[in-house]
Design a protein around this ligand. Structure first.
Ligand code: ADP
Length: 544
């Protein structure tokens, strides 16, 4: 017997419609690519999303057609989130930091019909367009006064395009399972893989991440999503803020510490979220300039493990509570958050922080388990580790148009294999040990490169650290630590090893510490280990 309840569809268009009706006067502030700060309201965003939807229909975009965006965090990008998905198209956000070959692969594989791009990316697309046969036109996200001279074919100006359209539009009552948005993984190995989100998965993800014990997103907040809108919906914050009526602040293309501080300060931002590398730049700037963050209350940090020293700096120096989170493109992206249960919250600070550096507990809806190589579930004892497998209503069920990738990353019985190695404890706290391909196997045991890296950055002379496994005749593999020194510091390898010695198991201590000016990063801000392994492949351990 079914319940006797209405089956109203969960649609992305309902979010912006609700925002216009219930908190239409709340502000959306953007640092624009053209320069000035732009301000308007959810009401105006809603009207312009409708004009955009009319324009997309006029350009013959049909249900399920993919429309690409290559853009920074800003109000026009926000309108595209709603205009494209709301009218039945698929909003395909593309990470401009990917290699040109990856961009060509992604746009062709997704069969994007139109590309909306910020002024910044005009030269990039000019260089690629001859290899993009399926793209029918390019829309530059600016006004007539800023339109560049460009070799792009079928080029349009965003403001002219929408100015020609009415702001009266009835959002279609789509099937909630219809495709709404799309994002490709950065593909450190092999081709990027596409995650195709539905209206339903996106709205459910939005509802759950707003939860008080998840990100606690509230209409009283002023939120600056520091994670790019081209990186898995800026972790869902543009949708979450719209649902609850939080003031939104978009940082545009400026991610350096000074620019970030300026917006956090002038707009009195209370909540933000981003990857550790962004916060390293900000914290460094604040320390050098002797500045503080009196308005900020919460920083969500994820995408890579959050070091203890970062939690300490935010909390002790600035009174900002850190909420560590774990997720993936394939999970829309949020899987866990380190919001603490009452038992852990009541622990002394240093004990509590041992839980904050973990990736946290699953958001209701996401089920997780750890498994061994044979697929057997391992105990939830905080010690056993294995590959993390997940399932849930905002986890992909397969990759878009990629049966080979889908075959290798799903179990036969409906679990997605994350490629992360983790522990789970009896209260459900999950801790990532490593990416399975980065874990170091030494003498039959595993060493966590993440743990070593995050412990090392607690040393004041270490700005950033990467650990890779190198072949060793006796132990199979041993760790090499590669360090970027902090400005003005000159620690010796021995000083770093001494610092680590009472913080990690003795047999985990790196066999060598070497210094480098800068570490390579992936398009999503993680340390890129493949080029490091290549660079140091001939390194000889003094202990070997
Ligand atoms: P990419 O496009 O780089 O794959 P994703 O955001 O999908 O971008 O990356 C997901 C991966 O990032 C996870 O599988 C995990 O390895 C890593 N990751 C994300 N959040 C964390 C975290 N809090 N701690 C450690 N690793 C994380």
């Amino acid at each position: 017997m079914h319940g006797l309840m209405m089956d109203d569809a969960l649609l992305i268009s309902n979010l912006i419609e609700y925002a216009a009706d219930y908190h239409g006067d709340r502000e959306i502030v953007s640092r624009t690519v053209e320069g000035p700060i732009h301000r308007y309201t959810y009401s105006q965003a809603s009207q312009r999303s409708k004009q955009l939807a009319n324009a997309l229909e006029a350009l013959n975009i049909k249900l399920g057609d993919r429309v690409a965006t290559i853009a920074w965090n800003g109000y026009r990008h926000f309108e595209l989130y709603y205009g494209i998905s709301g009218m039945g198209g698929v909003c395909h956000t593309i990470n401009p930091r990917l290699f040109p070959e990856q961009l060509i692969y992604i746009i062709n594989h997704a069969e994007d019909k139109l590309v909306f791009l910020d002024l910044t990316f005009v030269p990039l697309l000019e260089a690629l367009q001859d290899k993009l046969p399926k793209v029918e036109g390019y829309v530059i996200m600016t006004d007539a006064a800023h339109m560049p001279d460009t070799a792009l074919k079928n080029v349009m100006c965003y403001e002219d395009l929408i100015a020609a359209q009415s702001d009266t539009y009835s959002w279609p009552q789509l099937d909630e399972r219809s495709a709404a948005a799309m994002c490709y993984t950065s593909g450190t190995t092999g081709n990027p893989k596409g995650a195709l989100y539905s209206n339903r998965s996106t709205v459910l993800h939005t509802m759950f991440v707003c939860g008080t014990d998840i990100f606690g997103v509230s209409g009283k907040m002023t939120i600056l999503p520091a994670v790019p809108m081209f990186h898995v919906y800026a972790w869902g914050f543009p949708y979450a803020a719209t649902m609850v009526g939080a003031k939104l602040v978009f940082p545009g293309a400026a991610y350096d510490g000074a620019s970030m501080y300026e917006l956090l300060d002038t707009e009195q931002v209370t909540a933000t979220a981003g990857v550790p590398t962004i916060w390293l730049m900000l914290l460094d700037y604040l320390k050098k300039e002797g500045k503080t963050l009196p308005h900020l209350e919460m920083a969500g940090i994820g995408g890579a493990a959050t070091p203890l020293s970062m939690i300490e700096a935010f909390e002790d120096d600035h009174g900002v509570r850190v909420h560590h989170a774990w997720g993936m493109t394939e999970l829309s992206p949020v899987g866990t958050t380190a919001r603490l249960n009452p038992r852990v919250e009541a622990l002394p600070t240093s004990e509590r922080r041992k839980y904050q550096v973990k990736q946290g507990r699953a958001v209701h809806g996401v089920k997780m388990k750890i498994i061994d190589d044979a697929g057997n579930e391992l105990p939830r004892d905080g010690v056993a580790f294995g590959e993390l497998a997940v399932r849930g209503p905002w986890v992909i069920s397969e990759y878009f148009g990629d049966p080979d990738a889908s075959a290798s990353q799903f179990t036969g019985d409906g679990w997605f294999l994350t490629g992360d190695v983790a522990t789970l404890d009896s209260e459900g706290h999950m801790q990532i040990v490593d990416r399975s391909k980065d874990v170091i196997k030494s003498g039959g045991e595993w060493i966590s490169s993440i743990d070593l890296e995050n412990t090392a950055v607690g040393h004041e002379g270490v700005a950033e650290a990467a650990v890779i496994g190198l072949p060793h005749p006796k132990w199979d593999e041993r760790p090499l630590m590669i360090v970027v020194r902090a400005d003005g510091s000159d620690p010796s390898p021995q000083e770093i090893l001494d610092y680590l010695s009472d913080k990690v198991a003795k047999w985990w201590l790196p066999d060598d510490v070497v210094f480098i000016d800068e570490l390579p990063h992936t398009a999503t801000g993680k340390i890129a280990k493949i080029p490091l392994r290549e660079q140091f492949k001939d390194h000889q351990f003094s202990t070997a």
